[in-house]
Design a protein around this ligand. Structure first.
Ligand code: NAD
Ligand code: DAU
Length: 375
């Protein structure tokens, strides 16, 4: 029996990680520790909430006494730490909250784990910190056309960037974060590594590219735009829509997390990404055409919703992950081609309008505030 804490398990990626672990490992006890901020939503985990090997604990990772108590009470062997403030635009408005949760929350958890684990010896223990590619900063566009053509195949990806002399984020790259969000994540990564180097904490850090898929909070590009297209609302494209992001289906990230948690090398770092770069404007056009088609509208009918707005401050130009280390060392690779993933994602949001309405109306907050008022 292993007792594993997943922090931030009620959020987007965390809920996929919890679901995967609870279903795949009936012999593990999965303890989801989440503060239920605006981004946490237990409706994301409806299908596993009654599993006997799953427990939800509403708690703030910044609460040191609570974290110490929880680790002891549940005799925790492993921590997969996803809890964070995750939206760049919010970090520009309110950097303090990001420093508190992302930096202090991570240190709190590290220190609580150290106090509990060190006296027993580190054997069999693991602190796995989930981070982002944004810590590396921004890349130039060195491809002649700025980005790979849409829908190119995964098989050609490594050769492709070599052929074009494209620079990708590799694990040994210098950290150069630009936004308060990425600066807070970079800081937390440094603390995780410092706890390994100073105390011997068996830790791992992974840095992943943009995730997409079901249950993402509709402040992020893909769910926000799918919902707006459906409702025929304006699509606020920052700047010229030229920025490039590297998209990975969220379940592929969850599978990578499971693999690395079990087989990754302690004190090591892995980049996770699907070699799937897109200019924002290209992905937005695909979203419009896909939503139009699935709603029985004329494909492209809603292209006029595109509205160019003031750019995000300090907007990073391009992210692109080189995940060949993870592919070579642990044999992970993305399971979905982007065209399948995006179709699946658009369908999910269109089929789950109740989830979307619940989140956008804020009703889900009232439900949890009542349910957990005594926690
Ligand atoms: P999210 O915003 O959807 O979810 C974050 C979760 O953390 C929420 O459930 C929230 O309630 C919880 N939380 C926030 N503050 C907390 C606190 N103080 N104590 C306990 N719980 C708290 O985020 P996400 O997109 O699922 O990202 C999860 C992690 O993965 C983050 O660490 C993020 O930096 C990282 N990441 C995200 C992406 C992406 O594309 N979304 C890519 C790479 C890495
Ligand atoms: O790269 C990994 C990161 O990806 C994660 O660490 C973050 O937690 C996650 O939020 C995401 O960050 P981005 O800033 O890249 O994601 P977002 O969905 O906010 O924006 C994607 C791109 O779309 C970005 O270039 C900004 C642009 N955008 C976004 C929104 C919300 C718009 O043009 N208009 C918008 O309304």
């Amino acid at each position: 029996m292993k007792n594993i804490v997943v922090t931030g398990g009620a959020g987007f990626i965390g809920s996929h990680v919890v679901r995967l672990l609870v279903k795949k490992y009936p012999e593990y006890h999965i303890i989801n520790v989440d503060k239920l901020t605006y981004a946490g939503n237990l409706a994301n985990l409806k299908d596993v909430e009654d599993f006997p090997n799953y427990t939800f604990v509403k708690a703030d990772v910044c609460d040191y006494d609570r974290m110490c108590k929880l680790l002891r009470e549940h005799e925790v062997d492993g921590i997969i730490h996803l809890a964070a403030e995750s939206h760049v635009d919010r970090s520009i408005k309110d950097p303090f909250t990001f420093a508190r949760t992302n930096v202090l929350g991570t240190i709190t958890l590290l220190q609580a784990a150290k106090e509990y684990w060190q006296p027993q010896g580190w054997d069999g223990k693991r602190f796995y910190h989930i981070s982002t590619d944004e810590v590396y900063g921004a890349l130039e566009m060195t491809h002649p056309e700025g980005v790979r053509p849409p829908f190119s195949t995964r098989a050609s990806s490594v050769e492709h960037h070599e052929a074009y002399g494209l620079v990708f984020f590799t694990e040994d790259m210098k950290y150069q974060p630009h936004s308060p969000y990425s600066a807070s994540k970079a800081s937390s990564d440094h603390f995780v590594r410092a706890f390994h180097d100073t105390y011997g904490m068996p830790s791992i850090v992974t840095n992943c590219s943009n995730n997409y898929g079901p249950y993402q909070f509709p402040e992020k590009l893909i769910p926000l735009f799918i919902n707006n297209i459906k409702l025929r609302k304006a699509l606020p494209v920052y700047g010229k829509g030229e920025n490039v992001r590297d998209w990975l289906y969220v379940e592929d990230h969850a599978r990578a997390i499971d693999l690395i948690f079990h087989e990754g090398k302690v004190a090591d770092t892995y980049n996770i990404g699907g070699f799937n770069e897109w200019k924002n404007i290209d992905i937005i056009r695909v979203l419009i055409k896909t939503v139009d088609r699935l709603l029985g509208r004329r494909e492209g009918e809603d292209l006029n919703l595109i509205t160019y707005v003031t750019d995000r401050a300090g907007h990073d130009l391009r992210y692109a992950i080189d995940s060949s280390k993870l592919q070579k060392e642990l044999g992970w690779e993305p399971s979905l081609q982007f065209e399948e993933g995006i179709e699946k994602t658009v369908r999910w949001y269109l089929d789950n309008q109740a989830w979307m309405d619940n989140v956008t109306s804020g009703d889900y907050r009232k439900y949890y505030d009542d349910m957990y008022q005594n926690h």
